[in-house]
Design a protein around this ligand. Structure first.
Ligand SMILES: Cc1cc2nc3c(=O)[nH]c(=O)nc-3n(C[C@H](O)[C@H](O)[C@H](O)COP(=O)(O)O)c2cc1C
Length: 185
């Protein structure tokens, strides 16, 4: 039994970008697919403890969860690269940071919706992966992208992760191979 292959049978997962700052204000951005929207305006995130995203969330107790669209697939792969601490993935991927309303971490201008969140609870760590519960404080989106609930969800161009941080898809099956190795800077 090959565990990696077993997980190939698991469907593609939603990709979000998590924007954070450290206590000096250095911005950071990274894609995350271990994300669940819970019932009461909360997100549950799985983040590796060695990543800047985790460290910054613990330092500042806040983050922005932004939803990219499939046209940003190549930029998503760039933000995943292991840049040294202090290097801004916003600059590397040419994404635009915008001032948020209630948190210090920036919004991502190009994303379809940005949720400003505060860390509600660190639930624990298993296998080096911390489980973080974030409460949504406020959100930003463009009304022109919203029609009815059903239509908005189904016409959405949000990004699902298919393979190795390189291949992405949408819910209606548009596949994009970014040909980017996200493990290499
Ligand atoms: C599509 C995709 C999804 C990812 N999901 C997660 C995740 O849920 N949790 C995590 O800790 N790392 C995840 N990663 C890896 C991080 O994004 C990557 O290691 C990044 O360099 C971490 O950046 P940071 O140190 O600035 O936080 C994912 C990578 C990709 C490409």
């Amino acid at each position: 039994m090959d565990l990696e292959k077993a997980f190939w049978l698991f469907p593609p997962r939603l990709v979000v970008l998590i924007s954070t700052v450290d206590k000096k204000g250095n911005e950071n951005l990274a894609p995350h697919s271990a994300v669940i929207k819970l019932y009461n305006n909360q997100f549950l995130i799985g983040a590796e403890k060695e990543h800047d995203t985790y460290r910054n969330i613990i330092e500042t107790k806040e983050f922005v969860l932004a939803l990219p669209t499939i046209d940003l697939a190549s930029k998503i792969a760039i933000t995943a690269k292991p840049f040294p601490k202090g290097v801004s993935e916003f600059k590397e991927a040419k994404l635009t940071p915008l001032k948020a309303q209630k948190v210090t971490a920036p919004l991502v201008k190009e994303c379809i919706v940005n949720f400003e969140c505060k860390l509600a609870k660190e639930l624990g760590t298993v296998n080096g992966e911390a489980l973080l519960l974030g409460s949504v404080l406020t959100a930003h989106y463009n009304e022109k992208n919203v029609t009815t609930e059903v239509q908005t969800r189904l016409s959405s161009n949000v990004v699902l992760h298919v393979s190795k941080g390189q291949v992405y898809t949408t819910i209606d099956g548009k596949i994009v191979d970014t040909k980017t190795d996200y493990k290499k800077v």
